[in-house]
Design a protein around this ligand. Structure first.
Ligand code: NAD
Length: 359
């Protein structure tokens, strides 16, 4: 029996995760999904209840689970706390504690929502990109780092971009394996013309590609990739890149779809354990109002079924149910346009469940 740890977190996390749990329950009751759910706290809520944004027992439960379903963390209530106990430390602690080195972020535009993008519908309609971002290395973690004072008294800040061959190889393999399940194209993004570290990145990715002769590999400099993502995003299938470039490009790609409430993500470790969460935050401005879009979280459950629970048919089933409710015209406020039916968080969850039951 597979184990899922459910961590709603803060703000809208509570509301959207409740809908995702309803979806899991339907799959258990009607589609033979064999999982046990355990519930706990993380982020500001965990700080309030247990004095730490990631209590030791919660991290231990996460390590023992096959997958973690996370809502979001953060909120103004905790902003004045020391950094070490801020809600975001809970998230970083889970990533580090579980060794989640691969971040997978699909940027998929449902045709029904093409008008929600700031780009022209013909540029983005049918968009389906997967960004694979390395999550535990690069300049964010490299040593040495800091701010030092030079002999002339001026201060200088410095960080180190660093990647080992083994780190590049394992993220490249995640990208090639993912491409095999999609359109068999990988674009590796680097800055090999300027940075030695990413010159090595390009060399290792090219070497790994030899094991995947059925996947087409291309390389692109990060500045060009940023431009191509808004010029002609549909040229991409899987994009693989390091931590800092991936941080920026994945946010850019998500905005092509125009709807932060629609996009799921997965972070995986070498054992196939994963943490699944919407890409958005805890949205304190709408928390408690019952209007948050639960679809990103529900689609995160679909990713969990595909990547950690080996249930791709059930993942497809959820994605079909989401498409069906969009076809039926249901929209939460963030994706509402004239002529559609505005619904709240629970109504959207219920509509998806109805589609699952009758699908
Ligand atoms: P945010 O993603 O929470 O919100 C940005 C905007 O998008 C807001 O207007 C919000 O109302 C809207 N929005 C977000 N999710 C939505 C949804 N599901 N449905 C409808 N509208 C939605 O980003 P922010 O406002 O910059 O950050 C708020 C808090 O969340 C901060 O404390 C931040 O640190 C935290 N945060 C957490 C995570 C995470 O847990 N992974 C990620 C980003 C931000």
């Amino acid at each position: 029996m597979k184990k899922i740890l459910v961590l709603p977190g803060d703000g809208i996390g509570q509301e959207i995760v409740a809908e995702a749990v309803k979806v899991i329950t339907v799959l258990q009751q009607q589609h033979g999904l064999q999982v046990t759910l355990e519930h706990d706290v993380v982020g500001g809520t965990a700080y309030d209840q247990k004095g730490s944004p990631l209590p030791d027992d919660v991290l231990a439960k996460a390590k023992a689970a096959d997958a973690v379903l996370l809502g979001a963390v953060g909120g103004s209530k905790w902003e004045s706390l020391p950094i070490a106990v801020r809600p975001e430390k809970g998230l970083l602690g889970l990533r580090a504690g579980l060794g989640l080195f691969a971040n997978l972020r699909p940027a998929l535009l449902y045709p029904q929502l093409a008008s929600a993008s700031t780009l022209k519908p013909e540029v983005v309609a049918g968009l389906d990109i997967l960004i694979v971002r390395e999550l535990t290395g690069d300049i964010y973690f490299g040593q040495p780092r800091g701010v030092r004072t030079l002999p002339n008294g001026e201060r200088e800040g410095f960080n180190t971009m660093v990647y080992r061959e083994s780190e590049i190889e394992r993220i490249a393999r995640v990208a090639f394996d993912s491409a095999r399940k999609r359109n068999k194209k990988v674009c590796s993004v680097d800055k090999a013309n300027v940075l030695e570290c990413t010159e090595l990145w390009r060399e290792v990715v090219t070497r790994v590609a030899k094991d995947y002769p059925d996947v087409q590999l291309s390389h692109m400099y990060v500045d060009n990739a940023a431009m191509q993502l808004v010029r002609a995003p549909k040229q991409f299938d899987v994009m693989v890149t390091g931590n800092i470039f991936g941080d920026i490009l994945s946010d850019e790609a998500s905005m092509l779809t125009g709807s932060i409430g629609m996009l799921p993500s997965a972070s995986l470790n070498e054992k196939g354990q994963g943490m699944y969460e919407p890409i958005h935050g805890s949205a304190p401005d709408i928390a408690g109002k019952g209007i948050a879009n639960p679809i990103a979280t529900i689609l995160s459950v679909a990713m969990m079924l595909r990547y950690s629970l080996a249930q791709p048919e059930l993942a497809d089933h959820i994605e079909r149910a989401v498409r069906k409710v969009l076809d039926q015209g249901y929209r939460t406020a963030d994706i509402y346009t004239d002529g559609t039916t505005k619904v709240g968080t629970m109504q959207m969850g219920d509509a998806i469940i109805a589609a699952l039951r009758h699908g």
